[in-house]
Design a protein around this ligand. Structure first.
Ligand code: CDP
Ligand code: CDP
Length: 209
C-alpha cells in the first residue's frame, strides 16, 4: 500500500500525509525535508545553490540531519527549491525515496513528484491544493507562531516564486498526476480536509481491489 500526496507549499499536504499515515498505520516520509537538508548543508558550507556539481556533493547525509528544526525556515525552503531543480540532485535522492516507498507493508510519502516520478504505481494519489493567498496566510501564521517576524506580502511573494520555480523546472515539475484525486483545502478546516483525504483514499483503494 503506497500513498502519494503531492502539492505546492503550505497546501496542507504534510498535515494530510501524517494523518493518513496514522489512520492507515503506515510509516511516513516528508520528502521536502530531504531537499531542505541538502539546502541547509549548501548554506552552511557557503556554496552557490546554482552550481549543480557542488550541490550534488551535499546529497549524502545521515538520517539524523532530518530532525533539525533549522530545516523549516523559509530561507532553507527557497534554497531547497533552487537545489531541487538540478537533475543530478533529484537522481541522488531518488533511491532513498523509492526504498522508503517500497518497504514491506507500504508507506505514505508527501512532496512534489511522488505520484509522477517516485511512485507512479502508488495505490492512492492525492494532489492537495489551496489558493496562493490562503497558503501564504497559513505559512505567515506558522512563522509568527515560531517567533519569525516577516510580512504577509513577503510570504506571499516567496510562495508565488517557489510555485513558479517548482512548476517550470524541466525535471519532475510540480504537476497533478493524471490519475490523482485533487483535494482543495482552501476552505476546509484541518479536520474536514483529513476526513476528505481518508474518503478519497478509501475510494481509490476500493477501485484497485
Ligand atoms: O513544506 P513546503 O511545501 O513549503 O516545502 P517542502 O515540501 O519542504 O519542499 C521544499 C522544496 O523542496 C520545494 O519547494 C521543492 O522545490 C522541493 N521538493 C521537490 O522538488 N520534490 C519533492 N518531492 C519535495 C520537495
Ligand atoms: O506540507 P505543506 O507545506 O503542504 O503544508 P502543512 O505544513 O501541512 O500546512 C501548512 C499550515 O497550514 C500548517 O500550519 C497547518 O496547520 C495549516 N493548515 C490549515 O490551516 N488548514 C488545512 N486544511 C491544512 C493545513
Amino acid at each position: 500500500m503506497i500513498i502519494a500526496v503531492d502539492g505546492p507549499a503550505a497546501s496542507g499536504k504534510g498535515t494530510i500525509a501524517r494523518a493518513l499515515a496514522k489512520h492507515f498505520g503506515l510509516p511516513h516520509l516528508d520528502t521536502g525535508l530531504l531537499y531542505r537538508a541538502v539546502a541547509a548543508r549548501v548554506l552552511a558550507e557557503g556554496l552557490d545553490p546554482a552550481r549543480e556539481a557542488d550541490v550534488v556533493a551535499m546529497c549524502d547525509f545521515d538520517e539524523s540531519v532530518l530532525a533539525s528544526p533549522d530545516l523549516r525556515s523559509d530561507h532553507v525552503g527557497k534554497t531547497a527549491s533552487i537545489v531541487s531543480a538540478h537533475p543530478l540532485v533529484r537522481a541522488a535522492l531518488l533511491q532513498r525515496q523509492r526504498r522508503f516507498a517500497q518497504q514491506d507493508g507500504g508507506a505514505v510519502l508527501d512532496g512534489r513528484d511522488i505520484g509522477t516520478v517516485i511512485a507512479p504505481d502508488a495505490d492512492v494519489k492525492l494532489f492537495v491544493k489551496a489558493t496562493p493567498a490562503i497558503r501564504a496566510r497559513r505559512r505567515h501564521e506558522e512563522l509568527r507562531r515560531h517567533g519569525i517576524d516577516v510580512s504577509y506580502d513577503r510570504v506571499l511573494a516567496d510562495i508565488r516564486a517557489r510555485d513558479d520555480r517548482d512548476s517550470r523546472r524541466s525535471e519532475a515539475p510540480l504537476r497533478q498526476a493524471a490519475d490523482a484525486a485533487a483535494l482543495d483545502t482552501s476552505f476546509l478546516s484541518i479536520e474536514a480536509a483529513v476526513q476528505k483525504a481518508i474518503a478519497l483514499s478509501e475510494a481509490q483503494m476500493a477501485r484497485r481491489d
